[in-house]
Write a protein that binds this ligand. Sequence first.
Ligand SMILES: *Cc1c(COP(=O)(O)O)cnc(C)c1O
Length: 459
Amino acid sequence: MEEQGWPLAEPYKTKMVEWIELLPRPAREDAIRRAGYNPFKLLAQDVYIDLLTDSGTSAMSQEQWAALMRGDESYAGSTSFQDLQASVQDVLGFPLVLPTHQGRAAEHVLMQALVDAGDLVPNNLHFDTTKAHVLARGATPVDVVVAEGLEPGGDFPFKGNVDVDRLGDLLREQGERIPLVMVTVTSNQNGGQPVSLQNLREVRRLCERHRKPLFLDAARFAENAYLVQQREPGQSDRSASEIAREMMSLADGCTMSAKKDPMVNIGGFVALRSEELYRKVRDFGILYEGYATYGGLAGRDLAALAQGLRESVMPQHLAYRTAQVAQLHQALEASGVPVMSPVGGHGVYVDAGRMLPHIARDAFPAWALSVELYRERGIRAVEIGTVLAGRDPKTGEHDYPALELLRLAIPRRVYSQAQLAQVAEAMRRILARRDGVEGYRFTYEPPTLRHFAAEFEPI
Ligand SMILES: *Cc1c(COP(=O)(O)O)cnc(C)c1O
């Protein structure tokens, strides 16, 4: 049992240091203007604290670096692959694994094997690459998250849950068009929100009744397991790794972006139970990714991934990681910054629409906040609002999403509590002078994926 009352501290010490620099304010103003007021176009060295994403940006442990040195580069049957297979069996309980270069490649080979034109694929909330791969097969992604999952506030603890009534109706009415059911743990698209074990069991029962395979989009499975331990009645005495194995035991397989919870800079896989399905997926893996025991990765990448997957369920890591995210959420809430609640596993989502109500939707309030955060303290975050949503292809109008959000994604084992306190203070200062924050308009708007390359000017 942990001793109470001590401030939160990192459960590791630092052995290698990467210097970061806060540019003086005039240099920041200059950098963001040169970037066309688009944080994606900033140079990394001009960023002080980078909260753009938690994907591929985590710090590896000394054991992972040691594993890199021991990577076996044999084309087929490498010891590093065997190590990955053993790790997947231990941590997730799946006997079969097909490595891929990252998560979307895992989705690609799985969808090639299972999904055909005209199909429907239900998912609590599709992550954008998953949605794109369903669409690329000529199929239709259907989101079946519970209604609470789409509300910015409240205290519902499992906003990633599937609406089982809606899923049941869909399976009954359109069953013949549904090749598989997917559940994203945690649900990235609405803030890293967890799915309860109870909900996964109900989804499993529905899938069994309708004889459909269930796959987890498992990029943040360990954070999901930890939040189940913390929030779900009856789960507090179990370890996160035990809960994670039960989550996986309910599924027929998973796709993994190992750049998230397994803490590697590149990598992914499909894990499976059925030999028959493995063979189908493997043939597409060999076609698109590489031979079945390396899947587009170097042997050393497989070795670091095997170790990172084991570390992803370490109790002290998960307790610190989720508490660090929750503390930033608390600090922002305490200073009156409107945030999405309850907090999820990997970041804090600021409700920029409520924070900057004087900026019209077509002047991009969440985008304006992202620019302001860089100007204030050299911090980079990502807009999840109108700029990201793009235009309606039929009308050509902005496709306004329900909320204007700014996501502060926290890389694993990278930033200290003192550095995150800088983020909270920067947001507090912007809130205090929010009436002076101005909106933006395009000076260059690319036809697709406009957020990456667009350029702006202040209005
Ligand atoms: C990141 C992510 C993916 C895609 O993985 P990549 O490694 O970026 O290709 C898929 N699903 C979820 C939930 C993710 O967060």
